[in-house]
Design a protein around this ligand. Structure first.
Ligand SMILES: Nc1ncnc2c1ncn2[C@@H]1O[C@H](COP(=O)(O)OP(=O)(O)O)[C@@H](O)[C@H]1O
Ligand SMILES: [Mg+2]
Length: 212
């Protein structure tokens, strides 16, 4: 690992067992990611993209191998890694503003109320939803909901942004538009690394065979 690596995977393996059979999903995945890289993981459905993202996010524990974030072993979720889920995963009873505020209040406890409010507004503005701050998820289109998810992840001010097929539930036109916008946001934001299955990217990780 070089000093510029923000993320380092070394022989990461993960299997799932239902008691009768074992599914080997990740088989000694190794990868070094430098600051500022934008990486896509490509693989068929069931290849293990979500499992790999979850291991990096700290939501799953690898059976063996190391996940290092800035040289430190990943031990559960952390505010240095933001995650945008494949499904919107918003609280349906909360407004756009309150959904983003949940993340800000959980992660930025050290900030004043005014600083938190400014951060929430800035991220909602960044994804172009200032006009919809008070709307509930049911009052938003699919693309708008996914923008809220992006704003919520960015409001944590993570160093690594993990996105698990964030555009797969959208129609083709909305997907293309939001993809361009995520690229713009990436340029504007100080997130050091983006990971995203199935998006345009500067570097791709290909699976070998049917699994990662
Ligand atoms: N929690 C789990 N328990 C059992 N099997 C799982 C679990 N999560 C994923 N799998 C299995 O692991 C494989 C890879 O799943 P996943 O990482 O979701 O693939 P992808 O995101 O590439 O479609 C699939 O066969 C899936 O059924
Ligand atoms: Mg998946």
């Amino acid at each position: 690992m070089t000093k510029n690596n923000i993320l380092s995977l070394s022989n990461v393996s993960k299997s799932f067992s239902d008691g009768k059979s074992v599914t080997h999903v990740l088989d000694r995945v190794s990868l070094d990611v430098e600051e500022g890289e934008f990486i896509a993981i490509l693989g068929f459905s069931g290849a293990g993209k979500t499992t790999l993202i979850n291991c990096i996010a700290g939501l799953e524990e690898a059976d063996s191998g190391d996940v290092l974030v800035k040289g430190v072993a990943c031990d559960g979720p952390g505010k240095d890694r933001g995650l945008v889920f494949q499904s919107y995963s918003l609280f349906p009873w909360l407004s756009v503003e309150a959904n983003v505020a949940m993340a800000v209040e959980a992660v930025h406890k050290d900030k004043s109320r005014e600083e938190q409010a400014a951060l929430i507004r800035q991220k909602i503005d960044l994804v172009g939803l200032s006009h919809a701050m008070d709307r509930k998820p049911a009052q938003l289109s699919g693309g708008m909901r996914q923008r809220v998810s992006v704003a919520r992840a960015l409001a944590m001010e993570p160093e690594i942004l993990l996105m698990d097929e964030p555009l797969s539930a959208l129609d083709a036109l909305t997907r293309a538009k939001l993809q361009d916008e995520i690229d713009r946001i990436r340029e504007e934001e100080n997130v050091r690394s983006f990971w995203s299955p199935m998006m345009l990217t500067r570097r791709c990780c290909w699976p070998t065979g049917s699994r990662l």
